[in-house]
Design a protein around this ligand. Sequence first.
Ligand code: ACO
Length: 331
Amino acid sequence: MSMIDIVKAKARSDVKSIVLPEGDEVRTVEAASILKKEGLADPVLIGEKGSIEAAAAKTGCDISGIRIVDPLLSTKAEEYASLLFELRKAKGVTEEKAKELVKDPMYFGIMMVKTGDADGLVSGAVHTTGDMLRPALQIIKTKPEMKIVSSSFLMDCPNKDLGEDGLLVYADCVVMPNPTAEELAYIAVAAADTARRLCGFEEPRVAMLSFSSKGSAKHELVDKVQQAVSIAHEIAPDLLLDGEMQFDCALVPEIGKSKAPGSPVAGRANVLIFPDLQAGNIGYKITQRIGGADCFAVLQGLNKPCNDLSRGCSVEDIVNTVAMTAVQAQE
Ligand code: ACO
C-alpha cells in the first residue's frame, strides 16, 4: 500500500470535519464531493450557496449532504467576531475590524477550527501561502511544546532503496524563510514527529543538511547548522539526529561511511532538514520534477491542523491534503 493509501485508510477510521474556505472554487467543490463519497472526511464548504451550487453544476459533481456555510448569513458570525476581537485586540484589531474579518471565508474558517466547530482546514487553491498561513499563525497559534510552525514534505520516491521504502520527509520547504539555529533545531524535531505520526516511521533518522560534511568546509552557514545539531540534541536527546552533512552523505551508504564514519544517520537518513527555505523549496521541487517523486505537504507545530495547497493543485491533491489533515486532527 502506498503512503497516501495508508493515510486514507486512517482518515476513514475516524471521520473528521474539514473546512474548505475556497468553497466555490471548482476543484475544491469536486474534491468535497469525492471526500464525502469516499468517507474520507466531512467537508464543509464556505461561501455563498448559489455560487457553490453553480461550481458543482459546472463539474457535474454531487454535493448533496455536504455542509455549506455562508459567513454573511451565519448565526456564528457575531460569536466569532467577538472572540477574534478578544484574541487580536492587543495587535490593534478593533471590534469593527473583527466583524469585517469574519466575513472573509479564510478568517471564518480559521475561527471554526479555533472554536472546535470544525476539526481542521485546507486552503490555498486560490490564496497564496502567506495569505493562508498568516491567519492560522495569528489565531490558531503554535502548540505549547513547539516554538514555531514549519512544514514537512512527504516525498514518495520511485527509488525504493531511499529512506523508508522510498519515503523521505523533507523540512522546511514552505514556512520559515531563514531560520535561526534554534528554529532549525525545532524544525528537525517537528519533522521527526511528523515522520513518526503521519508516515508511521518507527525510527526517524534525521540528517541536518549543508554543503559541508562534518567540518569539511568552514563557513558561518555551516556553523549555523552545527549549532542547530547541538540544540536539537538538547531538545530531543533520544532522537537519532546528526550533521552537518551533504545530501549524498545523508542518503548513500558508502558515501555516508566515508564522509561521516560512525554516524548513526549518515547513509540511511529518512528525514532531511534543509538549512533554509530556498534550499528546501528548491530541493523538494527537484525531487518531484526530476526525481519523479509524489509529494504531499503538511504544516507542523500548529495547535490545530490547517494545511496549504499549491495554486496549481489538482482535485486529487486537495483530496489527499484533506485526508492528511483529517489524520492530523485525529491526534
Ligand atoms: N511560527 C509561528 N508563528 C509565526 C511564524 C512561524 N513560523 N511566522 C510568523 N509567526 C507569527 C508572528 O509571530 C505573528 O504573530 P502575532 O501577530 O500574534 O505577533 C504572526 O505570525 C504574523 O507574523 P508576521 O511577521 O506579520 O507575518 P509574516 O509577514 O512574517 O508572514 C509567513 C509569516 C507568512 C509565514 C512568512 O514567513 C512567509 O511568507 N513565508 C514563506 C511562505 C512562502 O511563500 N512559501 C513558499 C511557497 S509554498 C510552496 O512552494 C509549496
